[in-house]
Write a protein that binds this ligand. Structure first.
Ligand code: GUN
Length: 290
């Protein structure tokens, strides 16, 4: 990998992907439909859902927002998901995370039919990541975003040491398993792991998704490493990532900025998944899910 530092433009890569999505959508007999369930008033979640709705309009995906007060019961949410699972208009269902603490997130995610699971978080779908990784067309959006970035910088992952720092197992462990199936040597770590710095310093590709402002410093990375910043921290109306870009810029090979890196790509991937689910649902090019 070149030692010349390169800031990766996630917005530009996302625009290219969205252009391709639009080209496909205009040829379809109808528009793909995405249901978004938003529970409570978490400011960031409301903001993200707003952005998803706005961007969906630009690619020809129809969104249907179900905004619920925090005092809704878990049973009511499960019933709503059941209705959407059976609603023939709807191709994809997304429950915006994190949910307020009183809800059982796993149970709610599992209730989404795997054929409409646009986040690809359903356990049956996550299993597909390792069983049929070679011809899989749908990935969890953050996985898809990271893969698109690595493809853009022409970074092959075979035999590469990859370290994923994540709070959540659903993200970290599953992503590492998937990358290992593709020939990488990926491992995960968490904040509090006493070997964290040993692992990050060894990594050709470092993916950080912990949400701690500028937590990754130059001492923690390998010279020339590709750094993918999935973290988002809001402070005083500004957005920061996990990686201290100023600090690492002399040493890093590639870096995704925050904002303007992984975020826009995650949204593009969400629409790509909606389109793929539409095609399966309508039996167009049916060659993905089992
Ligand atoms: N909240 C932050 N990122 C995501 C995501 O990828 N999917 C969902 N459903 N909620 C999120």
């Amino acid at each position: 990998m070149s030692n010349e530092y390169k800031l990766i433009n996630g917005i530009k890569i996302a625009e290219k992907i969205k252009d391709e999505i639009v080209k496909e959508i205009i040829k379809l007999p109808s528009r793909p439909n995405l249901a978004i369930i938003l529970i409570g008033d978490n400011k960031e979640s409301c903001l993200y859902v707003n952005i998803k709705e706005r961007e969906a309009r630009k690619v020809g995906v129809d969104t249907h927002l179900y905004k619920c007060a925090e005092n809704i019961s878990e049973n009511e949410i499960l019933k709503m998901i059941d209705c959407l699972n059976r609603d023939n208009l709807i191709d994809g269902i997304l429950v915006q995370l994190p949910l307020p603490k009183k809800f059982n997130t796993d149970k709610i995610i599992k209730a989404i039919s795997k054929e409409k699971d646009v986040d690809f978080f359903h356990p049956e779908n996550l299993k597909l990541l390792t069983i049929s990784h070679k011809n899989i067309k749908i990935l969890p959006p953050v996985f898809g975003a990271s893969m698109a970035i690595l493809q853009d910088i022409k970074c092959k992952i075979k035999n590469k040491k990859i370290c994923i720092i994540a709070n959540s197992d659903i993200f970290g462990k599953n992503f590492a398993k998937f990358l290992n199936c593709l020939g990488a040597q990926a491992e995960t770590t968490k904040i509090g792991d006493k070997n964290l710095t040993d692992k990050t310093k060894n990594a050709d590709i470092l993916i950080s998704a912990v949400g701690r402002k500028h937590f990754i410093k130059k001492e923690m990375i390998k010279e020339g490493a590709a750094l993918i910043d999935v973290g988002i921290v809001k402070e005083d109306k500004k957005i920061y990532g996990d990686i201290d870009a100023e600090d690492v810029k002399e040493k890093a090979g590639f870096l995704t900025p925050v904002p303007g890196g992984v975020g826009p790509l995650t949204i593009a991937m969400l629409f790509q998944n909606t389109l793929e689910l539409y095609k399966i649902h309508k039996n167009i090019n049916h060659h993905l899910l089992l």
